[in-house]
Structure formats: structure tokens, C-alpha cells
Design a protein around this ligand. Structure first.
Ligand code: HEC
Ligand code: HEC
Length: 245
């Protein structure tokens, strides 16, 4: 496919000309930024802003013990929006109380550079290790098949829509607006759903996510997060995953 080829050439181009500024073209919209600068900040920080890898991991896969999200492969515009929301205090980091300061210490261009690097950082889907999560003992673990039902069908009797209907098949993302949930860290999924529910995260356009989360019980949250962290990206019958960007 033409787009994958473009990306492959782009990745090659990046490693060959690490300092060259690139403007990646997705199928649908431009993704301006300099991925080499994004990589530099991600791995080494900038000024007072620490290296992102210290909390989000070397490969941007997040960490259940710290409660940090996976960033690798997340949607470009969604990442830019989150960094800008942290910088303008529309979103508060109430987990480690650090992301607002981090985002403010970087320019709008740095946000784009980081988003471009991260969206192109394609890593295999890595589910949270639920045994390790259990051992952590901070967040109860749910029942996977019950979460699958919520993801795909919602809970009609309580007016909960299928997560699927906005976030794409099994939560694989429907960019630019709807982030990828599939292969996201378990403890992060749980913490965000609780934050949407109690209103401590409220940076969603039209309160879309708050309205959904308010209808979920703790049990629903553990179940749906248990499924999403290890949800398959495609069906057995159709292995093709569309280019989502
Ligand atoms: C000291 C730890 C720490 C460092 C360093 C850090 N982060 Fe974070 N980051 C977090 C935590 C904790 C959250 C979750 C905040 C919340 O609960 O809302 C987060 C959330 C995010 C999110 C939101 C992701 C989503 O799915 O909504 C983005 C984007 C992000 N960080 C990017 C970065 C970047 C880029 C850097 C480096 C410039 C960075 N972070 C450095 C701890 C950190
Ligand atoms: C009506 C559309 C809609 C539905 C249905 C929906 N969501 Fe969302 N969700 C959103 C939007 C929009 C965002 C991004 C908000 C923002 O800009 O930060 C979001 C963000 C999230 C996030 C935060 C992701 C991150 O990386 O920070 C989680 C977790 C989430 N949704 C889980 C769910 C679950 C679980 C369901 C099903 C029970 C669901 N959503 C159903 C619209 C929806």
C-alpha cells in the first residue's frame, strides 16, 4: 500500500538524515513535525524537562506500576491535543502531577515533534501482564470476556454505548479524535475511566467520554480494561487492519 511505503521510506529517511525536518503526510491530513527532534526530547529531555523514557519506558510502552500510558503508535493529533491540553491546564495530571509542568516546558513545535516520533514508533502490541498487575495489588483485575461484551456491544439496559462505536474495532483507534485503547496499559485505562467518571479529567470535546464513564461501575471498568489491554486488532476472518492515521 502506498501509505505504508511512504512511512517505510520516511523511517529510512529519518535514520539516514537524522537532523532533517520532515512533514509526514497521512492519508487524511498533514502531520507536521521533526521526528528526529521528538526522539531527542523523548530520550534525553530538554532543558528542565526530563527524558520521557524515565516514566513512559525506553520504547514508549508505559508502565503499570507507575500508572503511565503507552504512547507508541498512538494517534498524532490525539497526542498533540493531550500535550497542548496539559500545557494549558485543560487536562490535569493527577497521577504523578508532572505532565502539566513537562508540557509547559516545551514549545508547540516540540509537542508536534514528539507526537510525530511517537505515532511512527510502531511497536508490537504488548498487553499488560495481568499476573504482575495482580501482584502489584493496587488495582483489582477484571473478567476479560465481560469486558469484551462491553467493548463490542455496550450495556444496553444501562444505556452504555459500545466503546467500539467511537474507538473503532476493539478500541484500535479512530483517529484523529478517538484514541487507541487496545494494548494500552491496564492501570492507566482504569485510572482514566475513573477520572472521566468523577470529572477530574474533563478535556473531552462535548463531554463524550464523561457521559460514557458516568454510567460505568467499578466492576465494568476493571472488566473493560482487562479486555482492552489484550484485545486483538482484527478478526480471524479479516486480518487486514486499515491505515488508521
Ligand atoms: C515523571 C514521570 C513522567 C515523565 C518524565 C513524563 N510523563 Fe507523560 N505522563 C505521566 C503520567 C503519570 C501520565 C498520566 C497522567 C494522568 O493520569 O492523566 C502521563 C501522560 C502522558 C500523555 C497522555 C497520553 C494519553 O494517552 O492520553 C502524554 C502524551 C505524555 N504523558 C507524554 C509525555 C512526554 C512527551 C514526555 C517527555 C517530554 C513525558 N510524557 C514525560 C508521567 C510522566
Ligand atoms: C461517544 C464516543 C465515545 C464512546 C462511545 C467511548 N469513548 Fe472513550 N473517548 C472518547 C473521546 C472523544 C476520547 C478522547 C478525549 C480527549 O480528547 O482527551 C476518549 C478517550 C478515552 C480514554 C482515554 C485514552 C487516553 O489515552 O488517554 C479511555 C481510557 C476511554 N476513552 C475508554 C472508553 C471505554 C472503555 C469506552 C466504552 C465503555 C469508551 N471509551 C467509549 C469518546 C468515546
Amino acid at each position: 500500500m502506498r501509505y505504508s511505503t511512504t512511512l517505510a521510506i520516511l523511517c529510512f529517511g529519518l535514520s539516514a538524515f537524522a537532523s532533517t525536518s520532515v512533514s509526514a503526510l497521512s492519508q487524511y491530513y498533514e502531520m507536521p513535525g521533526n521526528a528526529a527532534n521528538g526522539e531527542q526530547i523523548f530520550k534525553s529531555g530538554k532543558g528542565d524537562v526530563p527524558a520521557c523514557i524515565s516514566c513512559h519506558g525506553e520504547e514508549g510502552l508505559g508502565d503499570d506500576a507507575m500508572g503511565t500510558p503507552r504512547l507508541a503508535g498512538q494517534g498524532y493529533k490525539f497526542l498533540v491535543k493531550q500535550l497542548s491540553d496539559f500545557a494549558t491546564d485543560k487536562r490535569q495530571d493527577t497521577t504523578m502531577f508532572i505532565m502539566n509542568t513537562n508540557a509547559k516546558g516545551l514549545s508547540a513545535e516540540d509537542h508536534q515533534d514528539l507526537a510525530l516520533y511517537l505515532t511512527m514508533l510502531k511497536k508490537p502490541d504488548t498487553a499488560s501482564d495481568m499476573k504482575a498487575v495482580k501482584e502489584l495489588g493496587t488495582t483489582p483485575v477484571g473478567v476479560r470476556y465481560k469486558g469484551k461484551i462491553i467493548t463490542q456491544y455496550g450495556i444496553p439496559e444501562r444505556d452504555v454505548p459500545a466503546c467500539h462505536s467511537c474507538h473503532g474495532y476493539n478500541g484500535r483507534g479512530a483517529f484523529p479524535m478517538y484514541p487507541r485503547l487496545l494494548a494500552q496499559r491496564y492501570t492507566y485505562l482504569v485510572s482514566q475511566l475513573k477520572k472521566w467518571r468523577d470529572g477530574s479529567r474533563n478535556n473531552d470535546s462535548f463531554s463524550q467520554m464523561q457521559i460514557v464513564a458516568q454510567k460505568l461501575t467499578d466492576e465494568d471498568i476493571y472488566n473493560v480494561a482487562t479486555f482492552l489491554t489484550s484485545a486483538p486488532e482484527s478478526t480471524l476472518g479479516n486480518r487486514r487492519v486499515p491505515d488508521l492515521q
